[in-house]
Design a protein. Sequence first.
Lengths: 1096, 215
Amino acid sequence: MSTSMHDDNPHRVTKPFFTFGTLTLLIFMGVGFAFGITRMLLGLGTVTNLDNHNPWGIWISFDVACGVALAAGGFTTAALVDIFGRKKYHALLRPAILTAFLGYLWVAIALSFDLGRYWNIWRPIFHWQGNSVLFEVGMCVTAYLIVLSIEMSPAILEGLMARLNEKSWGASLLKKVEMPILSLYAAIKIILPMFIVAGVVLSFMHQSSLGTLMLIAPTKLSALWNTPVLPILFLLSAIMVGFPMVILESIYANISFGRNPEMDLLTPMARIIPWFIGAYGAVKIGDLIVRHNQLNLLEHPTATISLVIEILLGIVAPFLLFLNKAVRRSMGWLFFTVSLIIFGVILNRINVFLVGYNPPYSTKAYFPSIGEIAMTIAIVSSILFCYRIFVTFFPVLPGYVPTTEVQLARMREERARTVSPFWTWVIRGAAIACLLAFIGLYSVVHIEAIQASVRTVEEVRRIQAQEPAPRAPAESVYALRPSAYRNFYLLDSALLKSKADDYEPVAFSHRIHDELTGGDCGMCHHKYSADESDRVGTDIKMLHNAMEIKLGGPCSACHDDMAANPPQSCSRCHGLPNEPDDPTRIGLKGAYHRQCIGCHERQLKPASAPTECAACHHPWTPDHSILVAFEGKPNPQEVTRTCLSCHPKVGQDLLKTAHWNWKGYSPTLVGYEHRTDISLSLMVNNYCVAIGSNYQQCMSCHIGHGGVSESFDFSNPANIDCLVCHDTTGKYRKDPSKAGFPDPSLDLVAIAQKVGRPTRQACGACHFYSGGATNAKHGDLEPALAESNSPIDIHMGALNQRCQDCHTTIEHRIAGMSLTAPAVEGRVACEKCHGMTPHGVAGPLSRHLDDHIRNVACESCHIPAFARVAPTLLRRDYSDAGKDRPEGSDKYGMPEYSKKFGTLTWGKDVIPTYLWFDGTRNAALLGDQINPAAPVVLNAPVGERRNPAARIFPFKVHTAVQPYDIENNTLAMPNFLEDYWVNFDWAKAIMDGMKRVGLPYSGKFGFVETKMYSAIHHGVVTASKALGCSDCHSTEAVSCQRCHKNARGMDLPANRRAVYPEIKKRFDFEALGYSGDPAITGGRFLTPMGRGVPSR
Amino acid sequence: MPQTYVKVQCMHCLYPSCVSACIVGALTKASDGAVVYNPTICIGCRYCQIACPFEIPAYEFHEPLTPRVRKCEFCTDRAQGTGANPACAASCPTEALVFGRRAELLDMAKSRLKQRPDRYLDRVYGETEVGGTSWLYLTGRPVQEIGLLNLPGTPPAQRTEAIQHGIFKYGMIPIAFYGLLSYLMWRNNPQREEFSGEAEARDASPKPDAKGGAE
C-alpha cells in the first residue's frame, strides 16, 4: 500500500482552518455561550422558558436525547466494521467514532448547563439509585464516553506519532515521551476489541433506557408514544439513524473539504438502512395498531399531526426512497433521504420529550426561549467546530496523499510491537478486570434496587392493610431521619405562632345562641363525659334514649340548675388536635370552629351569623414596640404624626367624627333632626353651664391637642390625640390646664409603643369624670366599671367586654347617644345582641318577661340602681356659691358645700327615674328663651304612653339652681375657670362668659331652678339581681293563678319576688300614663288576660 | 355551587415516582411515610418533576448555583422524635387537615363516609391512586371538578422499574449480549485482524483477538 491516489487510511485535513464556515460557527458559539454564562450567573429561570410543569426543555429533548440518538453512528459503524467484519467500510469508522465522541462530549457539556447543581454531576457515581432510569442512562453514557475516548485514542496517538519526525519544538518535546506514547498505542491496540464490543453493549443499554425515561409519567405522556415498547423503539430508531448519520457526515465533510464523497462505500451502506427502517417502522406501527383503542387522536391535535409527520417523513418516505437503486447511487438523493431519517428521529425524540408531554396542571405550553435555542445552536456549532479541529490535527478522514500519517505511525509502532505475550495478557487482563468490575457494580446496584422495590411493595402492602395498627404511645416517636435532611425549616417558628395568634378569642354569648337554637344545648354539647378521665364521652341522644327522654325542646326545662351545676366544658374531651390516643377526636380549636361554621353558613341572614374570621375574632393589635421609634423625646404632635405615617386614612376618618368635632348629624334632637351644625358648645347644661365660656377646661376632654379657643385647627390631623384612647398602659393623662395636652412628665414613647384597642379605662379617662368629679355627671359611668370582674356590670365585669363591643365603631365613628350631646353616630341597643325574646324559652316566666320588651327597656329592670360605688351628683345650688363655708362631708364622704359650686347633693345606689323615651329628645340651646317661673328642663327625653315607639327607660335627674339673665330670659353663661372661681363675682363672671359665647347680656342676673336628664345604660345586672315582678306590680297582680287557674304548682314565690320591697312605686304607673297597674288594667299592646286587642 | 377549597401538597405516595426516578436518591421515603429531600446530593436534573403525577415538586429556577426542589416534607423537623403534627394540620382551625397513621385515617375517612353520605362522595381520594398516597381527601364534589386528577391505581414507577430490572437483572442480558457480540467478532475476523480502521493487514499480527467480556 504505497502511493495510490485514493488512500483509505485516515489522514489529517490540510485545508485552511479559518474559513467563512468556521468563523460562522465561532459566532454562533459566542452568542450561545453568552446565554450559557447568563444561566450560570442568574439561574435557569432567567434564560429558559422552563417552569415547574415543564421542567425539561430542548436542552434535554434536543441536546441530550437527540444528541445521544444521533451519535449512534459510532456504535453501529463499529459493529458493522469490527464485529460483523465488513472491513470495506473502515474508512467511515474513524469519522463516525469522532462524531459519536464529540456528540457524547457535548451532550455532557450541554447537560451541565441544564443541571441545576451541575457541580454535583459526579454524585451518581457514588450515590447509586438502581431504580432510576436516569441513573442507568447516566452511568451508561459516562461509561460509553470512556469507551469512546479509548476508541478515539489510536487516531490521537497516531497523530502525535506522525509528528515525531517533524522539525519543530513541539516535536522535540514529543520525542521525550516517545516511548510512553508508543507503549500506550500498543496497549490500546490490544484492549481495543474488548471495548468496541463494550461500546456496542453500552449503547444498546442507554439508547433503550432513554426511551424508558418518560414512561415514569404515564399520565402526562400522550398515549401516542406512551407504550411499554418505547425503549425498544428508541433502540431501533438509534440503530436506524446510525448509518444515515455516517452518510450525512461523510457527504457533508467531503463536500465542505472539496473532495468527492465515498459513494462506493455510501451506496452499499445505504442498502443496509431499509432493513433497519423496516424493523423500526414495523414495531412502531405495529405497536400503534395493537394499542389503537388507547389512542385518542383528537385529544392533542398537534401531537397527532406531529406523529403523522414523524411516521410519514421519517419512516415511510425514506423506506420507499431507499428501495430505489437510483436514490442510493445519487449523492443528492442519498443526502436528502438520510436527512429525512435523521429528521424523523429528531422529531420522535422531541415528540416524546416535549410535544407528547402534556402535564395536566400546566397553565402554558412550553416553547423554547431565545436563550435555549441559541445555546442549542451553539452546542451543534461546537460539535462541528471540534470536528474541524480534530480532522485538522489528527488523522481521521481518509487521505489522498502518498504517505499517510498512519503509515508513518506504523513504522514507529514497530518498536512498540515488541510487547511480550506476558505484558499483552497483563494489559488484556486489566481491561477485562475493568469491564468485569463495571458489570459487577452494575449488578450490585440493580440487586439493591430490586430489593428496595420489594421492600417498598411489602411496606405498601402493610400500610394498605385495613386493620389499624395497634396504638402504642411509644410508636408516635418517629424514626430518625438523616441529619442532612434537617435543613432550613421555619416551621414551629415564632412566625407561624404569631399568625395563629393574630386574632383574639371570640366573646361567645350563650344567651344568643341558646335563643337561636331554641334552647337545644345538644346541638353543640353533643356528648356527656362523666368525669375528667373520660375523654370520649357518651352521646347525648343515646344517653337520653336510654332514659326514654325525647330530645328537641329546651334543655333548661329539665336542667333548671345549670347556674349551680354548670355543664362540663368542651375542653374536657377536646384538647390538642390529632392526639395519638384517638385521632378521630378533633382538638378544641377545631371543635369550636366546626361547631360554629356549619350553622353560621346556613343562616339566612349572613350579617348576624358571619363567616369571616374577623367578624367573630377581633384581630390583635401588633406589637408596636418594634414599629414605633423616636429620636429623643417627641412632643405630642410628633407622636401623632408617627401614628399617621402608617395610618393616614384613620387621621382623615377621625376629622369627621363627633368625638373630634363635638358636633355632627343630630337626628334625635327634636327640631334639629336634619342639622349637622349643632355643636356641643351650643348645648346648655346645669353643671358648668356651657363650653363656650369655659373652653380651656372643657377641651381637656377633647381628643385633640391644644384646643384653647375656637381658633383650634380642626382640619389638622396632627392635632389628634391618638394616645388618649389607644393607651393601654393606663398611664396617659391629659393635663386639665393644658388645653388637651398631656402631662409633660409622661414618657410618650413608652405609651406609643404599647398602643392597642381602647380599653374601658381609656374611654373612662374622660367619661368617668365628666361633670367635674368622679361619676358626677352620668351616674352610671364610674371607674369601678374599668376594674376587671367588677360586679356592677355583667358585660364589663364578668364578660370583660370593651366599651366598643356595644358602642360599635365604623371608621372611628362611635355608636351611642348622650342626652347632653347633640351628635349621634349610631345607636346602641341591647336588642342588637339579645333580640326581642331575650328571656330564654324555657322558664315559666320567659314569655311574660318578653312581653315587657316592647314597653320597658331592658335597662329599667336590669339596672335597679346607679352610682353603685362612686356617689353621683344629684343637685347643685349655684345661688349660694362663693361663700367661705365649711365643705362638710355627707354620708358618702362627699363635700356638702363647695365655694365653687354651692350646696351639693350626692347620691349613691340611686333609684332611677322612669320615663317614656322614644329615642329622641329635646334640648335647650344657647340663648333659648326660658320660663323662670317653673323649673327649666334643659334636656328631656321625648315619649309618652300612646307613642308605640316609646319605652320606659331609667334616668338620672340632676337639678341645679343656676344664674340667668332676668331681662332677656336666657340662661347665663358664667366664665368659671378664669373668673368666678377666682373672684367669686357672678356679675363679672357672667359678663365675661356671655361675651365669650357672643350672647347679649342685660347685666342683671337671677337664679333659676333647672333640671337635666341623663339616661342610665351601664351597670347591667343578671336576672338574679334584676328587678322582680313585685318590684313594680302588686303581688296580687302577678299571681300566676290569676290567669292560670290550674297551675298551682307553678306559683312559686320566686316568680313574684321583689328585690327592693321597700321601694314603693318604682314605676309610677299613673305618672307614666296608665290608669293603674297595667298587669291588671291591661298594657299598651296586650289585654290583661292573654294576647288580643291592645287597650287604649 | 359553593366554593370548595382544596389544599394541594406532596401526596407522599406509598410508592413514590419521584423517589424511584431520582438519579442519586436525594428523594427518599422515610420510615414514617414522608417523602423527604436531601439537597446535598441532588444534582438538579428535575426528573422528579417529570415523574410526579401530581406535579408537586417545585424548583428554584432562579437560583443559579444551589437551586433546590421544594415540596411538602411532612414537616420533617417537627415530627422528628416528638410526634408533633405537621404545621398545616396543627394550625388548621377547623381541623379539616388531620394527621395520624394512615390506617387510622383511612378508618376515620371510611366512617365519615358512612356517617355523612350527604356530604361526601363515596370515595377516599388517595386510597388507591398511584398505589395509594399518604394524604387522603374526602370531598363532596367529583375530584376532577376540584382540580384533583383521576389517576390509575398502579404506581407508574412499577412499570419503569419492571422494565429496568427485567432487562438488567444481575447484568445477565448485557453480559450475554457481550458474549454474543464477542463470538461474532471472533468469527467474522478470521485473519485475527486488527480493529478499528486497521482493516488492511500489512504487518503480521500475532495477537489473537480478544474475548474480553465472554467470561
